[in-house]
Design a protein. Structure first.
Ligand SMILES: [Zn+2]
Length: 340
């Protein structure tokens, strides 16, 4: 089985964005009270939004199951207040649940969290619990920078985050460390802010004691771990100077990178330096980079091609495509085993 650990509902029906637009427009009116969504999206609209996109690419590329979450760039936790974020998040998560119910063989849900700048992360615990226990989701996307590019929150290793980590551990779900849109013009969202955040999160993990304090907690750092594989020697050296654990020991059962690196040399390097027990297959389709690479004639985000070209053994491929995902998402196994 080939599990794509990284997919977002980037093609959601227009009504979802209409609701969001009305939320944002309402913020200009001081008398506005944020409303919960009352979306009138039909099952057919959901099917239409997926059949020509994510499902088509799954079939064409030969992947089986996508771990699916709301559109990351649209989380925009910096917009409005906690209630704005709460209502928006619930609407997005409920729509993912409908996708999973319509296509249980193709998608498993991961939730957005109702984070908001300056608000304690633990305030997202109730929505996480609802998504895991009531909607059957297996993880969450955790935004390390709810300010959208201004980095006003403490590092992920700070006790600020710990009460939410306790809930993740209790529910046995991982978080993909995933920023959202950038309201800082210095950082292009998917080209700079995302990659910065991935790199930043990894460096934070090196310096802190999260995995000593939460031995079973799991984080996925997407986009191939940002700049980390390319600068592996720098991070090894920094960890050594700081008398921190070796990187493979630090990552072990706690930190995973995906394969959302959109060219062969990048994937070659990822597999050369990062332990193979810590790499999950992912494509982030339909996502940030949607074009066809003129050098190869293939979609940039058709990441399975790059993995196939590595010449891995069958058992290594099984690990990258399925085994590691089962380890990173402990609740996935029960869902997969039920399908058999
Ligand atoms: Zn993503």
């Amino acid at each position: 089985m080939i599990i794509d650990c990284h997919g977002h509902y980037t093609t959601a029906p227009a009504d979802l964005q209409k609701y969001r637009d009305s939320q944002i427009a309402g913020l200009k009116d001081p008398a506005y009270v944020p409303q919960k969504a009352n979306l009138k999206i039909s099952d057919d609209q959901i099917r239409d939004s997926l059949e020509g996109a994510q499902l088509k690419f799954q079939r064409e590329r030969g992947t089986d199951l996508t771990i699916f979450s709301p559109r990351a760039s649209a989380m925009a936790h910096h917009i409005g207040n906690e209630t704005t974020s709460q209502n928006w998040t619930q609407a997005c998560n409920d729509l993912i649940k409908r996708v999973v119910d319509l296509y249980p063989d193709n998608f498993v849900g991961v939730c957005q969290l109702p984070q908001s700048p300056g608000v304690a992360p633990v305030n997202s615990a109730a929505e996480l619990e609802r998504c895991v226990k009531e909607l059957g989701f297996i993880g969450c996307n955790l935004n390390p920078d709810p300010s959208g590019g201004n980095w006003t929150a403490p590092p992920l290793t700070d006790k600020h985050w710990y009460p939410l980590y306790e809930k993740m551990v209790e529910l046995d779900v991982p978080a993909m460390v995933h920023v959202s849109s950038s309201c800082n013009p210095n950082f292009h969202a998917t080209g700079a802010h995302y990659i910065n955040a991935d790199t930043t999160a990894f460096m934070q993990f090196i310096t802190g004691d999260v995995f000593k304090d939460f031995p079973t907690i799991k984080f996925i750092i997407p986009h191939g771990g940002g700049a980390v594989p390319y600068h592996w020697g720098r991070y090894r050296g920094l960890a050594q100077d700081m008398k921190r654990p070796l990187l493979p020991d630090m990552m072990k059962n706690n930190v995973f990178f995906d394969t959302c690196v959109y060219h062969q040399p990048g994937i070659d390097l990822l597999f050369k330096v990062v332990p193979r027990d810590n790499i999950l297959f992912g494509s982030e389709m339909v996502g940030a980079v949607r074009g066809i690479d003129p050098e190869t004639g293939n979609y940039y985000d058709d990441t399975k091609r790059y993995v196939e070209a590595l010449g891995l053994t069958d058992s290594e491929k099984k690990k990258i495509y399925e085994g590691n995902a089962r380890r990173a998402y402990p609740r996935l196994g029960a869902i997969l085993d039920k399908k058999k």
